[in-house]
Design a protein around this ligand. Structure first.
Ligand code: PLP
Length: 466
């Protein structure tokens, strides 16, 4: 069922039916005319601050001339490359940049167009690793992922994900060899009597039990987002969690796949979110802030261990896309990454992230319907609850965060932020708003975003200024 949450929805602004198959068929879409700096402009002359870059896509804001030039130049020189026989300078340079950025952990980059494609490739690469390694283990076909995770929309990626709402329309999903354990979600799942160490130990035991239940030598990989994005709303793990799960993967010989499509490429203050966890994955996916929205470009990074196995075996990754390593996507990504480095933007992510978290807590934490405020860098989630004390959620059909974000686009606020969570299984139904401005965001803009967001939330619940 498609839930239409906009009460005025049903017609487009000028009464025309959209010819595009959108996610919400009857939704009233705003006609986007152009985007410049950190603002979006509609065809009707409205100016909206882009406080989340859609689903955390924008890292440089919009209209960056250097990126536009790099893309145009590539379109003029080699707009396409048949990667079966050819490679391009931009693809090689991007691959080199990405590999070098991992402090020796990763050996090769595989560039595709979307995060879902990257996750599909990651899963197939992990499967192939166990066929090609010096002592092959073809029985390792199973995956353990986490409840309320989102890893993409294609059937394989959807099967890995554990977001009930996104899966339920398509059950039974193709691969039935995925199981899900609890995410590290302190707000809802850490017991009040439990220390961080005890909570991590409990989650580690659950994962270990799941390995045992599935048959440890049948598990190919454990899959997780270092900071959970769309399905929960910017939930980082607590210290020690990823070290504990990596140790379990190592103990049972399984790979660790980290999905950094949403939280990676600088969004949390380090280029890779795993740098803050003290572990490196065997396979990593990246996406949104790789190309900052200037081109559809995503990727997979494969560790030496994985690449070496393929090199010693068939030396072919049995996977490919017409548009893989697309030169225009690579040109955009390369330029975006150069700018992030040259302009020292990760420092701004850290500084502005601290300010954002401070102001969000100051302005919103005492609100009766704000249950939790969490995040890292410029990736923050505000979880909304029906009852602050019991953490009771709103009935899922209400999808409160979606309604607040939609109203935010109106003239009264002119702020674009992103709804997340909702539609989870029992105990995981959080409903959150994501604030994830570009890495170029200024102090004044952060102040404006938080003030406006507080107003949006207060007005929605008709609570006076806090
Ligand atoms: N993985 C994560 C963590 C995501 O957040 C997303 C998209 O939001 C995806 C994968 C899928 O990426 P895409 O929508 O580009 O296919």
């Amino acid at each position: 069922m498609v839930v239409v949450i906009n009460k005025e929805a049903g017609t487009s602004r000028n009464g025309e039916q959209s010819a595009v198959l959108h996610r919400h068929l009857n939704h009233q879409f705003l006609p986007l005319e152009r985007a410049e700096g950190n603002y979006l402009y509609t065809a009707h002359g409205r100016k909206i601050f882009d406080g989340s870059g859609g689903p955390s896509v924008a890292c440089l804001g919009w209209g960056n001339e250097r990126v536009v030039d790099a893309v145009t130049k590539q379109l003029r020189s080699a707009p396409y490359c048949a990667t079966i026989f050819f490679t391009t300078r931009v693809a090689e340079e991007l691959g080199r940049f990405l590999v070098d950025s991992t402090n020796g952990h990763m050996a090769r980059a595989y560039i595709v167009n979307s995060g879902s494609e990257a996750m599909e490739a990651a899963v197939k690469l992990a499967r192939q690793f166990f066929l090609e390694k010096s002592s092959p283990e073809p029985q390792r076909t199973r995956f353990i992922a986490r409840q309320q995770s989102y890893h993409g929309t294609t059937l394989g990626a959807l099967a890995i994900g554990g977001h009930a709402y996104r899966r339920e329309h398509f059950e039974p999903l193709l691969p039935q060899n995925v199981s899900h354990v609890s995410p590290c979600y302190a707000y809802r799942q850490q017991q009040t009597s439990e220390t961080d160490e005890e909570y991590v130990a409990r989650l580690a035991r659950e994962l270990e039990d799941e390995f045992q239940r599935m048959g440890p030598d049948t598990v190919c990989a454990f899959v997780a987002e270092p900071v959970v994005g769309a399905a929960l709303g910017c939930v980082p793990s607590i210290p020690g969690y990823f070290k504990a799960v990596k140790a379990i993967c190592d103990k049972y010989g399984a790979l660790l796949i980290l999905d950094e499509v949403m939280c990676g490429m600088g969004r949390t203050g380090t280029l890779h979110a795993w740098e803050q966890e003290g572990v490196a994955p065997d396979i990593q996916t990246i996406g949104k802030c790789l190309g900052g929205g200037y081109q559809p470009v995503s990727g997979v990074l494969a560790s030496h261990r994985v690449v070496d196995a393929l090199s010693g075996g068939s030396s072919v990754f049995v996977h490919g896309h017409t548009y893989q390593g697309h030169p225009v996507g690579c040109a955009a990504a390369l330029e975006v990454q150069r700018i992030i480095q040259q302009d020292n933007l990760l420092e701004n992510v850290k500084d502005m992230g601290l300010l954002l978290s401070k102001l969000l807590v100051e302005k919103l934490s005492s609100h009766p319907h704000v249950g939790d405020i969490r995040g890292r860098g410029l990736f923050w989630g505000i979880e909304l609850v029906a009852d602050k004390k019991t953490k009771a959620v709103f009935p899922s059909a209400a999808h409160v965060s979606m309604e607040i974000c939609e109203r935010g686009l109106s003239e009264a606020y002119s702020l674009s932020v992103y709804p997340a969570g909702g539609g989870g299984a029992e105990g995981l139904q959080g409903d959150a708003i994501i604030v994830s401005p570009p890495y170029t965001v200024t102090k004044e803009e952060i102040e404006m975003v938080v003030t406006t967001l507080a107003r949006m939330i207060n007005d929605y619940f008709e609570v006076g200024t806090m």
